[in-house]
Design a protein around this ligand. Sequence first.
Ligand code: ATP
Length: 469
Amino acid sequence: MTKMDDIISLSKRKGFVFQSSEIYTGLNGCWDYGPLGVELLKNVKDSWWRSMTYRENVVGLDASILMHPKVWEASGHTAQFSDPMIDNKFSKKRFRADVLLEEHAHKLRKKGKGQKANELEEKLASIKENSDYYDLIMEYGIKDEGSDDWTDVKNFNLMFKTFVGSVEEASNTVYLRPETAQGIFVNFKNVMESARQKIPFGIAQIGKAFRNEINTRNFLFRTREFEQMEMQYFVKPGTEMEAFDYWLEQRLDWYKSLGMKESKLRIKTHDKLAHYANRAVDIEYEFPFGWGEIEGIHSRTDFDLSRHQEFSGKKLEYVDTVNKERYVPFVIETSAGASRGFMAFLVDAYDEETITNEKGKSDLRKVLRFSPKLSPVKVAVFPLVNKDGMPRIAKEIYQDIQQHFACEYDHAGAIGRRYRRQDEIGTPFCITVDGESVENKTVTIRARDSMEQVRIPISEIKSYLIERL
Ligand code: ATP
């Protein structure tokens, strides 16, 4: 089994992530977050929110998922938000043509044909039209189920369409937003004026986004419904590169501050820029299936605000009263996937080690080494045995600290097994009430990573935890 399979199976077993509508055989590309998953996801989002908006010049927003259809015309999504799709006539399977070629390059590299892989990637980067994908697929002899009977490459729009009101007709068409960013752009004026912000300032938003992805794959990496954490930072034209450097560093620091391994993070600079961008990088994480984007940082010039100005007929300028100038601000965007980030943190935390257990035998310990800030459960409380006054003291401690931290009480099974259960879900601290606790009001606290135990007075538990969490 690959590590990814272990993680997916642990996710289900422990209640992090379930397949959506599982009892009906599931709905492809959709996942449900269980009791521990919802805590972890919330911790990721809360940490992002604190780091992005608890500062002087970034404020929050929560825009609706359904927006006026003109928004997507202005943003270019109606015309251009599509993937090149190709069908294999024999296997009847549909693929993203670019992904098919990228994966082929990946396979070539794995087989030691690095130069051929580089060659293919270069050709991919200079593709101009859909027929170029087809030509490359044929040139490299790419097959599915042994067949190279491919259709032409067609564009497939990724936006989910639905209707407002009771009549299903074109004039009532609306879309589920494919990104949260446009909610920010169309509220630029509202937010700036109501929050009395001056350039440079940012607007941050966390919310669901929907894309009718052709190939959903790799667990939470590419799903049809997901959450984004985006911030648009509005600056004076000409100052955007400085802001870009600043936010790129801030965003990298955020992942590292939550314990993500530096060796698993890298920055990939876009050589091919979207027509409106003057700089773009991806922050990538090395998943068990290879490097994948977890966040994009884009310098989007004045494209978005200018387009909305044009399509809405409303001025979206900034008036600088001090320097007596007016301009449409430039934008630096930081666009992170909450669910992709969730998966990266989960993968990064997963560890297996062989230890000597309480009985002196060697044992496999599975442990999620989350930063305590992300751990879904911060503390577990155990009575060593279910008698001699221990449960009463343990319950009291549990009820007390539960008011401050996400906490679990467990009295079932051998103590070693209980520790192991908490290790598997990444709980940083376990408190055990034993015979000594009854005599002298002390407990042991065990740390997840070192497995070391210290004995402290019950009265000091709270300060001990506050310091470390
Ligand atoms: P990709 O090339 O992987 O499809 P993208 O370049 O289209 O991604 P953006 O539009 O820049 O991605 O979206 C910003 C972020 O939103 C991504 O870095 C990713 O974390 C997240 N994201 C995008 N699409 C999905 C998806 N289908 N499932 C989960 N997260 C996604």
